[in-house]
Design a protein around this ligand. Structure first.
Ligand SMILES: Cc1cc2ncn([C@H]3O[C@H](COP(=O)(O)O)[C@@H](O)[C@H]3O)c2cc1C
Ligand SMILES: O=C(O)c1cccnc1
Length: 349
């Protein structure tokens, strides 16, 4: 299905009201589950039901290389993208270990790793062998930006059609915090110093250089504001894996399933998704607050308030996994708790 042609349905307000009534009738003080109640109401609105089945879940990890890595913006050599993609399949990355612990399936999708990986377990959707260096030329063509969104959308559609009830997005791509920062700066009409952070932990000196690279890429791209077409941001200063994440977020929304965000890279992708389809955020579940510098700015722009703050900034989808035990707890509460009726009492606040 062409990602531009499916509408995004509004949330089911009646189911949300029913969920709040159900929560209020449980044998616990009213509102005492705090933000877990907000989460429950949100999910009821997505599922059109107060019965939550959150066990069938999948994390889609999009991997690609970034040409801007050649500008010395990362602490890590580019080959680590491919190495980590293989480690992911072997279960040895942060997200893979957490996914295993919290019972989440995981899939790695190659949308632009520079080298060809010899593994049948990686979904092959390579759009090109890494982006071009955004400091000197557009990161990709407009058609490739569209393709990146479509690949992510298709992966979400396929997962949902296979029966998954809950999706999470993650990524791998050395240099992609530079692309995400540039995308956020362009979409929010600000500059490098407002959004650039230390990514995979660069020195303060390298951070100054990274800000200059982002500002340089933005001035090369000379994007108009307001932007007539947000996809041009992806084309000019984006990343293939971030475009695919955007597509997966749009796909989850189009097929009416919740999508768990991860950290800064997923916020940048969600911001692009929101610029393309403002109501997509109805289906987006924020999970953790990334420690990356620009996070608060994007979260505020998105109006999202994540549930967890562990000061994590790994990426890969790892932060999204941290909310899974909470979702399990919520599901058990709804299924197993006594109600006031069972206990023969009513509240008199
Ligand atoms: C070993 C390793 C594992 C990672 N897993 C995720 N990232 C994270 O760091 C990368 C982005 O940071 P930057 O823009 O600074 O290169 C992405 O791959 C992101 O997923 C990792 C980074 C490293 C080094
Ligand atoms: O917020 C993130 O997900 C993040 C931040 C820095 C590096 N990698 C990922």
């Amino acid at each position: 299905m062409d990602w531009t042609s499916l509408p995004i349905e509004p949330l089911d307000k009646l189911a949300q009201t029913k969920m709040q009534t159900k929560l209020d009738q449980l044998a616990k003080p009213i509102n005492s589950l705090g933000r877990l109640e907000e989460l429950a109401d949100h999910l009821a609105g997505i599922y059109h039901s107060t019965e939550l089945d959150l066990q069938s879940r999948k994390c889609l990890v999009f991997a690609a290389d970034n040409g801007v890595a050649q500008e010395g913006v990362s602490a890590t050599p580019q080959k680590v993208t491919a190495i980590q993609a293989l480690n992911m399949l072997a279960g040895h990355t942060v997200v893979a270990t957490l996914a295993q612990t919290y019972h989440c399936d995981i899939q790695v999708i190659d949308v632009g790793i520079k080298s060809d990986l010899d593994s049948a377990a990686i979904v092959q959707k390579k759009i090109r062998c890494g982006t071009a260096d955004m400091l000197v030329q557009p990161a990709m063509t407009y058609a490739q930006a569209q393709q990146a969104i479509q690949v992510g959308f298709d992966q979400a559609q396929q997962a949902i059609e296979a029966g998954y009830q809950l999706l999470a997005v993650g990524e791998l791509g050395i240099g992609n915090t530079t692309a995400a920062s540039a995308m956020v700066a362009a979409l929010l009409h600000t500059n490098g110093s407002a959004v650039v952070g230390k990514g995979s932990n660069i020195s303060s000196q390298r951070l100054k250089h990274k800000i200059k690279v982002v500002d340089g890429a933005l001035s090369r791209a000379a994007l108009p504001f307001p932007l007539p077409d947000p996809l041009v941001v992806l084309q000019q200063v984006g990343a293939l894996e971030l475009g695919a994440m955007t597509g997966a977020i749009l796909g989850a929304a189009a097929y009416q399933k919740p999508v768990l965000l991860d950290g800064f890279l997923s916020y940048a992708s969600a911001l692009l998704a929101q610029k393309l389809r403002p109501t997509v955020l109805d289906y987006v579940i924020p999970t953790h607050i990334s420690h990356e510098q620009g996070s608060q700015l994007v979260l505020q722009a998105l109006g999202l308030k994540p549930y967890i703050d562990l000061e994590m900034c790994v990426g890969e989808g790892s932060g999204a996994m941290m909310i899974l035990p909470w979702l399990d707890g919520l599901q058990t509460i709804l299924q197993q708790m006594n109600t006031q009726i069972d206990m023969d009492f009513t509240y008199f606040p």
